[in-house]
Structures are given as C-alpha cells and as structure tokens.
Design a binder for this molecule. Structure first.
Ligand code: KG4
Ligand code: ZN
Length: 318
C-alpha cells in the first residue's frame, strides 16, 4: 500500500493506492476559491494553505481507505516541477511520515505522475504509446516506452494549453481557473463564429501566445453589451482553436513516431471537445486529469525510493 502526497500547485492532495494500481482513496482539497480573487495562484498563499491542509488531508485519505499508517509500505511525494514553497510543504510532510515510521520515501516527478494516471485501474494502459500531457503548466508530447519514464518529443514554445484556457477565461470574464468554465460555455456557442489563428511552429512544438492576443483584440473591440451576447461564440471559437492545435500536433507526432496508441492526460485532458476530437485516444479518467495524489502514488510504483530521503530537495522547473 502506497500513501501519495501532492502539493505542487494549489491542490493539497493525498491518496492511498495499492501495488496493483487500485485506488483505495483519493482526496483533493482545492484552494482555487482562495486564489480566484487574485486571478491566479499566489505562491505564498498556496504554501500557507498547504501547511494547514496537509495533515487533515492525509488523515482523510487513510480514513477513507480504511487503513492506518501500519498498513502503509511506502510514501510517495511530488518533488517537482511546481511552486517551490508549495512543493516543500508536501515534501517535508512526506519526510516526516517516512522518517517517523521508518518507511521508504519515493520522490516522484509531477509530469511522470500525470502519465501514471493511465496506469491505475481500470485504465491500466500498457506502453508503448504517445502521450499528450496538457495542463496549466505544461504542454508536452511524450514518447512513452515503459512505465518508468518518457522522452519529450514536443513542447510549447510559450504558453501552456491550460494557461491559454485560463487567460482566455479571464478575458471573457469567466474567473479563475477558467478551463472548465470555457468548456461549459462553449457548448452554447458557435465554434465557427470567430476565426482565431493557430500558430504553426516547426517540429512537434506548440505555440499559444498568439491565440490569446487574438482573443484580446477581438474582445477589446466589443462593447460590454455585445461582449455579453458573443461570450459563448467567443468561448467556442477559442476552444476550437486550442483543441485543433493540440489534435493536429498529436496526430502528426503519432504518424511520425509510428505510435499505435495515443493517450491524453493533465487538466486540459478533461476538456470535452478534446476528448471527443480524439475518440481513439485513451484519456485519463476525468477525476484523474487535474492534479491529484493517486497519480503520484501510481508513478511511485516504477521509481526507486530515495537512498537518503531527508536530503531530498524540491525543484521548481523540470
Ligand atoms: O493538471 P492540472 O490540474 O495542473 C497543472 O499541473 O497545471 O491542470 C490545470 C489546468 C488549468 O489550466 C485548467 O484551466 C485546465 O487544466 N482545465 C481545463 C478543463 N479542466 C481543467 N481546460 C480545459 N477544459 C477543461 N474542462
Ligand atoms: Zn499537474
């Protein structure tokens, strides 16, 4: 039994997962309401809130799994990338539990965690596959040959796809975080109402900053009243452009690499239009797309425990 902890951004999460990849509990305390009035995550506020939430969230994960620390064999924790102060809270908590109980501590890369959301039951995807990882911080195409890791074959040259969703939502007055709000509103709009450009960059990379600027110009020219009437059309057209860019590049990469399986993970993989635009891809289950600790515990099954756990440090950038 593995106890996982995740505190890389604004979700305080703990989960209990078995060696066979069965989720026994998966607790996520989101702080997004706390950060909403600032229009984005405030790192220092996130760290402080993690500190308040980490113990209760771990207790809740153990309770819901119906186990105590006596039944836990390993502790898994996100080491990076993410907000450094936020990461340190989870890492310190994990070190404390591991040291106190004499348990191995497994450091997990957050991106490996997102990919490992596919290794939990019932999905239990077997490599090799091509993986699109689209989240608030990353947009990556990954060549996954085994469960222990991946090779990056494409990335974004500017904003991440989730960042594009969040910035778009902000311009449309939909609050933070905005991906899910755009997804909902887009269902009522016409995706061909506006023609937003999708920048094509060489190779298998992505670019989303021009798209955000195009939306800014479109919105700036509208009166408050017209904006109100056009909001759903703008959301639908904007989402269509992001999804099209993601799908085109993913299909191109699958072709070039000769990948027979394609998978999508990360917060943006929760997007309904993206999921239906890639019907043959294996998508992470909705509750495992956004940040959680079950995926971290899952990845820990394929990573060696730290030799000197108390010396582990967090890292902000991949
Ligand atoms: O993976 P995640 O929880 O955190 C990071 O590691 O960044 O991803 C969060 C991102 C946010 O940008 C959020 O707006 C986006 O995922 N997101 C969505 C949807 N649900 C969450 N984007 C588009 N459609 C959604 N339904
Ligand atoms: Zn994430």
């Amino acid at each position: 039994m593995i106890l996982g902890l995740e505190t890389s951004c604004d979700e305080t999460a703990a989960a209990v997962v078995t060696e066979a990849g069965e989720i026994r509990s998966n607790i996520v305390a989101s702080q997004s309401e706390l950060h909403a009035r600032f229009g984005g995550v405030v790192p220092e506020i996130a760290s402080r809130r993690h500190l308040e939430l980490v113990s209760p969230v771990v207790h809740e994960a153990l309770d819901q799994a119906g186990v105590t620390l006596n039944e836990i064999d390993r502790i898994a924790v996100t080491r990076g990338p993410g907000l450094i102060g936020a990461l340190l809270v989870g890492l310190a908590a994990a070190k404390g539990i591991a040291w106190g109980r004499g348990l191995p501590l497994v450091p997990v890369d957050h991106l490996h965690g997102h990919v490992a959301s596919l290794y939990l039951r019932p999905t239990d995807l077997q490599p090799p596959f091509l993986c699109l990882l689209a989240s608030g911080g990353h947009t990556l195409l990954l060549d996954v040959q085994d469960r222990a890791g991946f090779r990056v074959v494409g990335t974004t040259v500017d904003d991440a796809a989730g960042e594009a969703f969040d910035k778009g939502a902000r311009l449309l007055g939909l609050g933070y975080p905005g991906g899910a709000a755009i997804d909902r509103l887009a269902r009522e709009g016409d995706p061909s109402a506006y023609d937003f450009p999708v920048a094509r960059v060489p190779g298998l990379d992505f670019s989303f900053s021009g798209l955000k600027t195009a939306l800014l110009y479109a919105v700036r020219d509208l009166s408050a009243e017209v904006l109100e009437q056009s909001r759903a059309d703008l959301a639908a057209s904007y989402q269509r452009a992001i999804v099209r860019a993601l799908v085109e590049r993913t299909e191109q990469a699958a072709d070039e690499l000769g990948a027979e399986q394609v998978a999508i993970v990360g917060g943006v993989a929760a997007n309904s239009e993206l999921r239906s635009a890639l019907p043959d891809a294996t998508a992470a289950p909705l509750e495992l797309c956004t940040d959680n600790a079950a995926m971290i515990a899952s990845a820990a099954r394929y990573v060696e425990p730290a030799a000197d756990p108390l010396r582990l440090d967090a890292y902000a950038v991949a």
